[in-house]
Design a protein around this ligand. Sequence first.
Ligand code: AGP
Length: 608
Amino acid sequence: MCGIVGIVGRNSVAPQLVDALKRLEYRGYDSAGVATLDKGRLNRRRAEGKLINLENMLQQDPLDGTVGIGHTRWATHGAPTQNNAHPHFGDGVAVVHNGIIENFSEIKETLISEGVHFTTQTDTEVIAQLLASLLRQGKTTHQAMQQIMQRLKGAYALAVLFANDANQIICARNGPPLAIGHGDGEMYLGSDAIALSPFTDDITYLDDGDWAVITRDSAEIFDDQGRRVERPRSKASSAYAQVEKGNHRHFMEKEIYEQPEVISHTLAHYVDFSNGTIRKLPDEIDFASIESLKIAACGSAFYAGQIGKGWLERYARLPVEIDVASEFRYREMPLPGNQAALFVSQSGETADTLASLRYCKENGLPIGTIVNVRESTMARESDVVFQTLAGPEIGVASTKALTCQMAVFAALSISAGMARGVLDANQEKAMVRALSEAPRIANSVLNLIQPQMESLSRELSKYNHVLYLGRGSNYTLALEGALKLKEISYIHAEGYAAGELKHGPIALIDENMPVIVIAPHDRYFEKTVSNMQEVSARGGRIIFITDEDGAKACKLETMATIVLPNVDEFIMPLIFMLPIQLLAYHTAVFMGTDVDQPRNLAKSVTVE
Ligand code: AGP
């Protein structure tokens, strides 16, 4: 998704704007630009591709001015060209925008009929030209901003420079997040706290419908009725300031290896390891009394939800219905009786998941969110927040956030099982003990399999198609494995329920498509081995991910067998996620793709 920054400063702001944009690179982008106001004139530099191109441009042709805005663009309307890069200009107006204006065509036609000339294909230029048109009609900057907020339909986070006022930036939010950073004689604007971390950790998040006027020493916030409002100021997590790769080649590699630590931090938030019990959870969702639970999420967060569904149904006997949020939000499902809704999101800003949350909230359900960004929109709109303590996840491909989401689900399942009288104290202690082992086992597994995964990935990178198979929670791991491989290596991959092989996918099996089978020695093992035999009988090449007992029990010839230690069935999904992540990561490294910012992808999909 696009990233926005703005500074009303005391010195030349262009270098600071680029510094802030660098902190937003993780969101994914394909062009970038900055604009400043200097001696009453708006000037800009824009470049295709990575930020280094913009930096080089600014070194050759610097920008002066102590107030400015910047943008990293993830193309929605119009190709990722320099001409389509933000900031976009109208007479006396510069605009950067994150989101999609759904009615931009009709506004554009009206402006063209009034003689306005457009130079780009973007919806953002329509905003700039509309503001310029309102100024020409004699509106003040504040009136113009308020009017466009009534006029624009769709999702937007905006920052606007007006040539007639060198002491302000006006911004607005309706959907994608926007944060104000309070400085000492300077004021900042950014899409999130990470962008502002080089300057301040004193943050105010705008609410949907808010617009604000920021000057060097003030931030006046107004609601969609134009009423002055106050929004809470909070301290951003200090972790944002230390977001570096360390000695890793990529953020994704660092985040894979951070998992033992952050899973442990997350579990400690929910589990009293000394007593072997789950800590008392907030009671906004009463797991003892609800008859069912709805879950909605996207991508890897959805897979965490699927694992959570399995645990909640098995260990708490709680019926769970789960759907991808992009489907959930439009089903308009009836929500009768005593149920609750739980949303899973690393960013807490994913548009489809947020819309699903709002649908359930409007229907009176208690709302819970499992989220990594505490000050995110979803967190602020939930009745209860079950936070993951993964720290900032920069790699676009989710790894540590996903396993931390699973860790929260594991704790919730035990807590719900106890509350519903399904689990007793001894079972609680046994499951908590298994959970307490997970970080240590994860750490040893990562070190154990790293060399094998790196060499196997070299082999896997030669193929164009890969099939992942599994049963039960291993089916979900198969889906996540396929997602990870395709989103960072661009190799086509598909996850399938192993039991479905004979219902179609077996037609694909030949030596040109490796089949990755995820099969610890659990209650599905024998059935899955039968599927492996069906694959092998047709010349299929198998990568077998199993445990010590599984390796002893199945002697099929394979392309490779990855043997993990035997672990308690409860924590198998957490441990078996690790080879899947490493396989995708190293394959992408061999493929030479942009592992942390894969093409076309964004870290947080804040538009539909
Ligand atoms: C995961 O590897 C993907 N990058 C993507 O599917 C992601 O999980 C999805 O967009 C949901 O994001 P969220 O957790 O921030 O809501």
